[in-house]
Design a protein around this ligand. Structure first.
Ligand SMILES: C[S@@+](CC[C@H](N)C(=O)[O-])C[C@H]1O[C@@H](n2cnc3c(N)ncnc32)[C@H](O)[C@@H]1O
Ligand code: SF4
Length: 381
């Protein structure tokens, strides 16, 4: 039985981080490092196994026992480029992790397909893929410093389907250097033509300490960005992709369970370099974070010092996530997951209702509130 993290607080996710890529992309601030010939994947696997075992003992076992099937609801292998992780290692890890009935996603960079066979992923228990297409224009892919070209994305998708994957996401970015409305729509049209189950459509942001922050590319002006967004949203809706979060679009019943876990402030464990976790223990909320540097992580994958989220922070953290969901969540979920009474925010909520920014009967924004989400969050602070 697949449980919905938006409504069922017994849901439990697991995030597994793989911190290496073939090459660092100039826009990316994820915890990723260039893979070297000397990178010892077997040692990383050992670290993941110890990290897993330790977190299972101190946090996971009790929480898993409370889930309906004593299994994770979702598992997400993210990166970095987890499709560089040797399939044998993935297999070994999956043997340890209770994953029956879990939505189990692996991020795939289309430029890494020589390292694995999709059939091996199926055999390991992966049942959802997230393919980092980014764009279907070779010019844009070059400007983004990607290691792949468009034909490799098409090939990866075809091979994945051939191997039996029936739940596939494309990551696409928009607002790319020099991009026009036509260019952005062409990317979406190509993705839609392939008929994936899910599309993540992210606006390119310039992140501090990245190559793009040091040497900023020329991005489309605000007016163009608004035009791209409006046209893209209409195209996705026409094609039957329902927007359920700011940047996430899905065919019916194909929302990403794992991301819903984050957005509805449900619980998850995180293993691997730099991975975060969030877990409720009685009326406390604990956060875990592993060392970001793979070397430091591997030296000591077990030491973990969960930090308590204080009550003032809980409400805001909850809202920062839940209000990204187009339908939000029930107000009772706020109480259940923050351990704070709804009436603690009632006065300001009512003001926002009067201004047409949030819903009266749910913890959700209106379309206007979604457009001014930052201001809504500031008011709730
Ligand atoms: C960890 S990466 C995914 C997988 C894989 N590493 C890849 O790039 O193919 C997650 C996604 O975040 C998006 N992303 C990364 N940096 C971004 C940025 N600065 N602005 C917008 N989206 C970004 C990209 O679409 C990327 O595929
Ligand atoms: S491949 Fe993905 S994780 Fe790696 S640097 Fe590029 S965007 Fe970031």
């Amino acid at each position: 039985m697949l449980i919905d993290p938006r409504t069922d607080s017994r849901a439990l996710g697991l995030y597994v981080h793989f911190p290496w890529c073939i090459k660092k992309c100039p826009y990316c601030d994820f915890n990723s490092h260039p893979l070297k010939e000397t990178t010892d994947q077997a040692a990383y696997l050992e670290a993941l196994l110890s990290d897993w075992q330790h977190q299972y003992d101190i946090l996971g076992q009790k929480r898993l026992a409370e889930t309906p099937s004593e299994n994770f609801t979702s598992i997400f292998f993210g990166g970095g480029t987890p499709s560089l992780f040797k399939p044998d290692h993935l297999h070994r890890l999956m043997r340890e992790i209770p994953h029956r009935e879990a939505e189990t996603t692996l991020e795939v960079n289309p430029g890494s397909t020589e390292y694995f066979r999709f059939e091996d992923y199926q055999a390991a228990g992966i049942n959802r893929l997230s393919i980092g297409a980014q764009s279907f224009s070779n010019t844009q892919l070059a400007a983004l410093g990607r290691v792949h070209q468009m034909h490799e994305t098409l090939q990866a998708f075809e091979r994945a389907r051939h191997a039996g994957f029936d739940n596939i996401n494309f990551d696409l970015m928009w607002g790319l250097p020099g991009q026009t409305v036509t260019g952005a729509l062409a990317d979406l049209q190509q993705a839609i033509a392939l008929s994936p189950e899910h599309i993540s459509w992210y606006q390119l942001t310039i992140e501090a300490k990245t190559e793009f922050a040091r040497r900023p590319p020329l991005l489309p002006k605000d007016g163009f960005l608004q035009d791209i967004e409006a046209a893209g949203l209409a195209l996705l809706a026409d094609a039957g992709f329902e927007r359920y979060e700011v940047s996430a679009f899905a065919k019916p019943d194909r929302q990403c369970k794992h991301n819903l876990t984050y957005w509805s402030f449900a619980d998850y464990l995180g293993i691997g370099a730099g991975a975060h976790g969030k877990i409720s223990v009685d009326d406390r909320i604990l956060r875990t974070q592993r060392p970001s540097q793979p070397r430091l992580y591997q030296q000591d994958p077990k030491t973990i010092a969960p930090a308590q989220v204080n009550p003032e922070q809980r409400g805001l953290e909850f809202m920062m996530n839940a209000l990204r969901l187009i339908d939000g969540v029930e107000q009772s979920i706020f109480e259940e997951r923050t351990h704070m009474p709804w009436h603690s925010i009632e006065t300001v909520w009512q003001e926002l209702v009067t201004q047409g920014l949030v819903a009266a009967d749910r913890c959700a924004t209106t379309p206007l509130g979604l457009r001014y989400l930052d201001s809504v969050l500031e008011r709730l602070l």
